[in-house]
Design a protein around this ligand. Structure first.
Ligand code: AMP
Length: 114
């Protein structure tokens, strides 16, 4: 079929990454092209392409990812102010089709977002 995503290759250590957190269900690593002093990607190990392709069977997984995002932010010392971004679809800027949460922090984060 479509083959492994780039992020599945990072999970399987076929591509190197600066990993900051890992457990049985998810992995967090620093973005290769950071948009803020702290820019980490949190991904489920299950290769869901995007939020709109998740199903009710993924309810617990999706909830867990939000909790883990808070844990990772705490671990990185940016729990006071951080932004979570999930791009869904190419039109929204998604370039890697393996669901991921951007964790951004360390600079003023304007609103509305671009
Ligand atoms: P998105 O545009 O929402 O799909 O986000 C994909 C993100 O993956 C971008 O911010 C990229 O900079 C990042 N990225 C692409 N390749 C790598 C890689 N090998 N290691 C870490 N981050 C990557």
């Amino acid at each position: 079929m479509g083959g492994k995503t780039l992020f599945s290759k990072i999970i399987d250590r076929e591509i190197p990454a600066d990993i900051v957190y890992e457990d049985d269900e998810c992995l967090a690593f620093r973005d290769i092209n950071p948009q803020a002093p702290t820019h980490v990607l949190l991904i489920p190990k299950k290769p869901i392409a995007m939020v709109s392709e998740a199903t009710v069977a993924d309810t617990a997984l999706l909830g867990m990812l939000l909790l883990k995002a808070g844990d990772v932010a705490r671990q990185l010392g940016c729990e006071e102010a951080f932004r979570l971004v999930v791009n869904n679809g190419a039109g929204a800027g998604q370039t890697v089709f393996h669901l991921h949460i951007h964790i951004l922090a360390g600079r003023p984060l304007g609103w509305p977002p671009g």
